[in-house]
Ligand binder design. Structure first.
Ligand code: OSB
Ligand code: MG
Length: 375
């Protein structure tokens, strides 16, 4: 796989509704899209799965800088045999996982096309996993709402839409009230909370009360860079802790699982530095008997297609944050967008590569900056 051109697009595309977390509110999907062209004329796409410095130090500006000045030159330096070589090629650059993942994603798309396979089957082939899902039971992540009543109304609407699991965002203040109202609204339905690091061990009293709500898991309650204190917290709770922000690669995953800091891992291929690293974490968790699920970053259909293909692997056994296009956008940047089928399942694309068609006109409308790099 010899690469001859990379085009970066910075995009801004309106979200259907503002998305509020403990660290801020997003009104638009802002991302970088990478389009890589190979010498044999194939085109692969990747999406920068970040959400500003409240989630990760990686922003659109750092992503653009690291891609332009360091990673794209490394991409052009020599051909790739396989996309799984990307982490080693990029290793000289420390951190910047989301940026690395965006470019590695393009290699997976091109590699799958060269093999004449869907991305799902190509990932299966290179990872050695054969029991791949055709469609996924998925959940929905609901941002913090203006009132508890508004939250309950949204939960019931998404349940009616067919989502298998409800996740609500929490922050200090209405946390217990919201979680209790959510639990009462959908008894028996898998329900979880995501704190995005809004708490400390001093909040153990509140977390003990959360522990009585029969939650599927509590996602990232403590600091974004902590594993040790999560292990102290997990000892005190029967509810499983899931780590998101704290897991940046296979080493963190092994550490967290061995220490008992969590029992579940949210795998975001961006946060962990690409599909290759995500596959390693998937296998580490599987060997440890810990389930994983695919986290999302409100991606456009381009990033979503990669996430969906990855979530077809066997240890992605809990519902992922992979919702239909119409949960995020009036119109997606792909056409048709992702939609739940008649059984409320999300089909994994079967076309070659990402298996989605980019809507060029909307991409053009969404683009606020672009640049072409040639080998
Ligand atoms: O913590 O999982 C998170 C979105 C932005 C930043 C962080 C998170 C999220 C989500 C979105 O929960 C999930 C989705 O893409 O549907
Ligand atoms: Mg999260």
């Amino acid at each position: 796989m010899k690469l001859v051109q990379v085009e970066l697009f910075q995009i801004k595309w309106p979200l259907l509704a503002p998305f509020e977390t403990s660290f801020g509110v997003a009104y638009d999907k802002e991302a970088i899209l990478a389009k890589v062209t190979s010498a044999d004329g194939l085109v692969g796409w990747g999406e920068f799965a970040g959400d500003g410095p409240g989630y990760s130090y990686e922003t659109l500006q750092t992503g653009w800088h690291i891609a332009r000045d360091y990673l794209i030159p490394l991409l052009f330096k020599a051909p790739f045999e396989k996309p799984t070589e990307a982490p080693e090629r990029f290793a000289w650059v420390r951190g910047h996982n989301i940026c690395k993942a965006m470019l590695e994603a393009c290699l997976w798309d091109i590699g799958a096309q060269q093999a004449g396979l869907s991305l799902r089957d190509y990932i299966g082939q290179l990872s050695g996993h054969t029991d791949l899902k055709d469609r996924l039971a998925v959940g929905v992540s609901i941002g913090i709402q203006p009132t508890t009543e508004a939250l309950v109304e949204r939960i019931l609407r998404f349940r009616a839409d067919g989502y298998h699991r409800i996740k609500i965002k929490i922050k200090p203040g209405r946390d217990l009230q919201d979680a209790r109202a959510a639990r009462a609204a959908i008894p028996g339905v898998p329900l979880m909370v995501d704190a995005n690091s809004a708490y400390t061990l001093n909040d153990i009293g509140m977390l003990r009360q959360m522990d009585d709500l029969d939650l599927l898991m509590i996602e990232q309650p403590l600091a974004y860079d902590d594993i040790y204190e999560h292990h102290k917290l997990q000892r005190e709770l029967k509810t499983r802790i899931c780590l998101d922000e704290s897991i940046h690669g296979p080493g963190d995953a092994r550490c967290a699982l061995e220490l008992g800091a969590c029992k579940i891992i949210n795998i975001k291929q961006g946060r962990v530095g690409g599909v290759t690293k995500a596959l390693a974490i998937h296998d580490i968790a599987m060997q440890a008997g810990a389930p994983v699920w695919k986290g999302g970053m409100l991606e456009t259909g381009i990033g979503r297609a990669l996430n969906v293909a990855l979530a077809a692997l066997p240890n992605f056994s809990l519902p992922s944050d992979l919702s239909a296009s119409n949960r995020y956008f009036h119109e997606d940047l792909i056409e048709p967008g992702f939609a739940l089928d008649k059984d409320n399942m999300l089909p994994v694309p079967t076309g070659v590569g990402l298996g989605v068609v980019i809507h060029e006109e909307r991409l053009k409308k969404a683009t606020v900056r672009s640049e072409v790099f040639k080998a």
